[in-house]
Write a protein that binds this ligand. Structure first.
Ligand code: EPU
Length: 444
């Protein structure tokens, strides 16, 4: 089943929206609850479908998950963790990439794990070779089967020295979730240090782990025998915050994003200012405005933290279609994250995609012939169109284009947007957008 949003664009977004806990942290913190001997409480959990998927998978493995007293609070009780039926796990195939992070915790708890084929957004090949390599280094035996991957450990997993070929967020989390209960010390070089990773480390420390993070992307973990549950409030979603900021800029609007946190968004804020957007930071959030006058074109390269996040790129590109001159974009994290621009071109944008690296940030994709750079020429008026969203962030980007465009757009497949944006149609309405959903989102 796929829902459609009918958007009548052309009006600036104005008002206030609140961002919830970060999808890319909350789902991992939920997995971490598997490692504790006692109950965990996680607050500020967004009502998004990726959370529902992870909840379902935890429940299949015997974790009792319930709502706490506070809105957005989850209580996770891992007392009865058990092996789940492969057929049940398989039913989750294709719905998320998070299952791969169950490996270490399940092997510690049960001596075995099975993970289905992985889903997630189609923004590149998204292999799990780094994940499997590090699990093998801890001593896990990896058996690839047609329906998924089975892991086992003949004896307790052991700490190890790992150097990642690339500072992968998910693989860093895999190492953390596995090393905390492995025997001995693990040293991880070239680790990802995204704020979501650091918040996961905070959770693991609350649970009883010993983890240090050096300034040179080196993380050291001393394994311990047991961990307890945790209580934690998730950090706000800086991707959602930047998405609303980009929507404000592209529509010439004025949006206060409650919960947006400056330290996690420094690089985005610098870029927003260079384009000609204005922002005001206060204790509770950030107000993003289009101050009037023309926007400026820029050169933008995505990178791992503290660089410009790949997930910020897609929403911001719509604002670049409204900037004067040529903007140059180089996507260095995912090889295939520019497909969403096809729809923007149909709506009137001038965007040319290139296989060459249009920038100097070291990148794995130029030599491999991937369409990962673009030149955006503006400003161009956008016209409403019929669109089918390709992935989560690309979908939100196309939604912003529909809001900025003249006329009416029909945006199909917006269930993909439910994966990461809580109640986004209600939030749009609160900002004055004319956007009507053809059916209510599934309850998550
Ligand atoms: N990679 C490999 N092999 C692996 C793992 C990663 O080659 O085994 C490559 C990927 O193909 C990619 C690069 O390494 O080219 C970076 O991938 P990373 O592992 O850092 O990404 P991830 O953990 O799969 C998370 C977020 C993404 C976000 C990236 C980068 C979650 C669930 N997903 O993905 O979020 O873009 O980090 O910050 O945390 C989104 O929210 O829409 C989203 C895609």
């Amino acid at each position: 089943m796929s829902s459609t949003l009918t958007v009548t664009g052309g009006a600036p977004l104005k008002g206030s929206v609140a961002v919830r806990g970060a999808k890319n942290f909350v789902t991992k913190a939920m997995v971490a609850s598997l490692l504790g001997e006692t109950t965990s409480r996680l607050r500020n959990v967004p009502a998004i479908s990726d959370v529902a998927v992870v909840r379902g998978l935890l429940e299949l493995h015997g974790v009792r998950v319930s709502e706490g007293a506070e809105d957005g609070e989850l209580v996770l009780d891992p007392a009865d963790v058990e092996v789940a039926a492969v057929a049940d796990i398989d039913a989750h195939a294709g719905s998320s990439r998070i299952p791969v992070l169950f490996c270490g915790p399940l092997v510690h708890r049960l001596g075995e794990a099975f993970i289905p084929d992985l889903g997630g957004c189609r923004i590149g090949d998204r292999p799990i070779n780094y994940h499997l390599d590090v699990l093998r280094q801890f001593g896990a035996v990896v058996d690839k089967r047609p329906s998924g991957i089975a892991l086992s450990a003949p004896r307790r997993l052991r700490g190890t020295r790992i150097a990642l070929p690339y500072p992968s967020v998910g693989t860093t989390e895999q190492v953390l979730l596995t090393a905390v209960r492995a025997e001995g010390v693990t040293e991880l070089r070239n680790a990802a240090v995204e704020p979501e990773v650091l918040d996961l480390i905070a959770v693991l420390q609350k649970m009883g782990s010993i983890i240090s993070v050096d300034t040179d992307r080196v993380i050291r973990i001393e394994g311990v025998d047991t961990l307890t549950g945790y209580e934690h409030r998730a950090l706000p979603d800086r991707i959602e915050a930047a998405s609303w900021a980009s929507a404000a800029l592209a529509t010439g609007g004025d949006v206060y994003v409650e919960g947006a946190r400056q330290p996690d968004m420094m690089t985005f804020l610098n870029t927003f200012r260079k384009i000609g957007g204005a922002f005001d930071v206060d204790d509770s959030g950030i107000r993003f405005t289009h101050p009037g006058g023309p926007l400026r074109s820029i050169a933008l390269e995505t990178d791992v933290h503290p660089g410009f996040m790949t997930d910020w790129q897609q929403p911001l590109v719509v604002a670049l279609t409204q900037a004067q001159g040529l903007s140059i974009l180089h996507e260095t994290v995912y090889e295939n994250r520019l497909g969403f621009t096809d729809a923007l071109v149909r709506m009137g944008a001038t965007i040319q995609v290139y296989r060459e690296c249009l920038g100097s940030t070291p990148c794995r994709f130029g030599a491999q012939d991937f369409r990962h750079s673009a030149v955006v020429s503006g400003p161009t008026r956008l016209q409403g169109a019929d669109i089918t969203v390709p992935d989560l962030r690309g979908g939100f980007s196309q939604l912003i284009a529909a809001l900025a465009a003249d006329g009416t757009s029909r945006v199909h497949g917006i269930d993909l947007i439910d994966r990461g944006y809580e109640h986004f149609a209600d939030k749009l309405a609160a900002l004055g957008a004319q956007a009507v959903r053809d059916e209510e989102p599934a309850r998550v």
